[in-house]
Design a protein around this ligand. Structure first.
Ligand SMILES: Nc1ncnc2c1ncn2[C@@H]1O[C@H](COP(=O)(O)OP(=O)(O)OP(=O)(O)O)[C@@H](O)[C@H]1O
Ligand SMILES: [Mg+2]
Length: 327
């Protein structure tokens, strides 16, 4: 089996310039106070879950806030992109493993009911007694949920399917956007890095991830439509920033699933660099079958195939991420 997959046969590159991240949607007005207890609830639209009412949606550009000269540990990165299947979990697991390999104590928080980050690290998440659901809904201390992995310095707070319920159950809950932040606050002095694997949506789970994080890392697939929907993500990052987490910084963009044989992949990377400048890591993650095989063995690429291209690329990316920490 070749180490690459056929790309869609689009010959045109994705649209260029600031419009490339526009998606034609405006952020809906933010109203909706929490419904009274007992009222039927529905999953909240992202803008609804962020308190402040009448603020207009900003024109978000990537370069609005210059990156601070040096970051300090601990760092909490939310890995987010509301598009499904773009490499969030693969990046969380493998970047986390590579940071751990550098000797940095790293906690992965699985905030996706699919639980792929948990199973990808060998945690059997069916029938788990305690998981992120209990942290978010029942104030279970995070430290009671965290499990060690086979990788030294790498820990995981697993998710299981019941977390899908939290997206709905959180709607009428007190302090619904800040629950993860509180849970992390209690353990943060034990870690150098916390990586949060967000689900492919912009609902309350992702808002909890963004509220708890100091930074956002966005994986972008080097494929057609890669930038579609990013405008919505950037607007929501900005909403969280203005209403819940003023120091949140969209610090890191990682181009993933790069197929060097196609012009399109190169064009996407060029577009992304033009738009996001030095937020984009120089390291690019190749499309690699080994990366997609590793989770079914419950291992990150660093132990599954330590010398593979994917392992090398994620190691480079981890070094680059950590290089911005001032010593
Ligand atoms: N660099 C890569 N090369 C090849 N396959 C990859 C690569 N990165 C991710 N994949 C595969 O692509 C699929 C989607 O990746 P992943 O689960 O990481 O995306 P995701 O954004 O977390 O998805 P979701 O939105 O469903 O949570 C998986 O099957 C994964 O193994
Ligand atoms: Mg995922």
């Amino acid at each position: 089996m070749p180490d690459t997959e056929a790309l869609p046969s689009h010959s045109n590159p994705p649209p260029a310039g600031p419009d490339a991240i526009g998606d034609g949607h405006t952020t809906p007005p933010m109203t909706a106070p929490a419904p009274p207890p007992g009222a039927p609830v529905e999953p909240a639209a992202p803008a609804d879950v962020i308190a402040d009412a009448a603020a207009p949606a900003p024109d978000v550009t990537a370069d609005e806030a210059p990156a601070p000269p040096g970051r300090s540990l601990p760092r909490i990165l939310a890995v987010a992109n509301q598009k499904g299947g773009v490499g969030k979990t693969t990046t969380t697991v493998n970047l986390g493993a590579c940071l751990a390999e550098l000797g940095l104590r790293t906690l992965l928080i699985d905030l996706d009911p699919q639980g792929n980050a948990s199973t990808g690290l060998g945690i059997e998440n069916r029938g788990l007694e305690l998981s992120m659901y209990h942290v978010l809904m029942h104030e279970e201390p995070l430290e009671n949920v965290v499990e060690p992995t086979d990788v030294r310095n790498l820990f995981v707070a697993p998710a299981s399917l019941d977390l899908a319920g939290a997206e709905i159950e959180l709607v009428p809950a007190f302090s619904r956007e800040q629950r993860l932040k509180r849970a992390i606050d209690a353990v943060i002095d034990q870690y150098d890095y916390v990586l949060i694997d967000c689900p492919p949506s912009l609902g309350l789970l992702t808002v909890n991830g963004l509220s708890a994080a100091s930074e956002v890392l966005v994986p972008i697939q080097c494929e057609y439509y890669a930038l579609e929907g990013l405008g919505q993500l950037l607007r929501n990052v900005d909403l969280v920033k203005r209403n819940l987490n003023p120091t949140l910084d969209l610090s890191t963009i990682l181009c993933v699933m790069y197929d060097a044989r196609t012009k399109l992949a190169e064009q996407v990377v060029t577009e992304v660099r033009e738009h996001f400048g030095d937020k984009v890591l120089r390291s690019v993650i190749p499309r690699s079958v080994r990366l997609s095989e590793a989770p079914s063995f419950g291992q990150p690429i660093t132990t599954f195939d330590p010398r593979s291209r994917g392992a090398i690329a994620y190691r480079d990316a981890a070094k680059e991420v950590h290089a911005s920490v001032s010593s």
